[in-house]
Ligand binder design. Sequence first.
Ligand code: SF4
Length: 204
Amino acid sequence: MSHKQTSAETIDEIQKIDIRSKIRQLLETYEATEQMLTPMELAEKVKLELEIEDEDLSNFALIEAGNVLNQSAYEYVRQGDRIVLIPHCLRDAEKCIAPIDDEGYHCQKCGSCIISEITQAAEDRGIKWYMVGGGSHAIQIVKNARPRAVFGIACFDDAKLAVDKIGEYGIPTQAVLLSKAGCVNTEVDFDRVLVKLDIPDSSD
Ligand code: SF4
């Protein structure tokens, strides 16, 4: 019984990955052919076309719509003027040795969680990183650090809050949602993080 449930869950997850690719493709198509859509309008068009009612996929479509609409402005910012915001819930809460101050946690790259890989990848590309405690903290960091572009990893609620607020400052954003949300020991698709860290710089 439990094996059947696991198989069904696996199939469901594969289908969701497949439909996420379709959502991204369709968002890019609509963005290229239609003028002046808000993220909500763009996401709604794609949801209608793909008959999406699932809450996770709806949230995904909205965040990805923001990514698509911000992409060009984001590319105009040099890597060194971008920052990445990493949620502290990705830490191994039991083993983490990162000290904390007003700028958030300072990962020591102990290797116990994926943050050591994310921070190293950011540093390799000359992108400053902050490990933050949620949407409000992320906004505070942005106010202090004054970056020209922001890439954030977050759960939907924090991503929506931060993207909306940072957008009001005229700062382009990119976001990757956590693949497993929660308060501790969350997860993110590292390949998607690398895609965002590798967004080309067309500022020259
Ligand atoms: S890699 Fe960094 S964030 Fe992760 S547990 Fe170690 S010190 Fe903490």
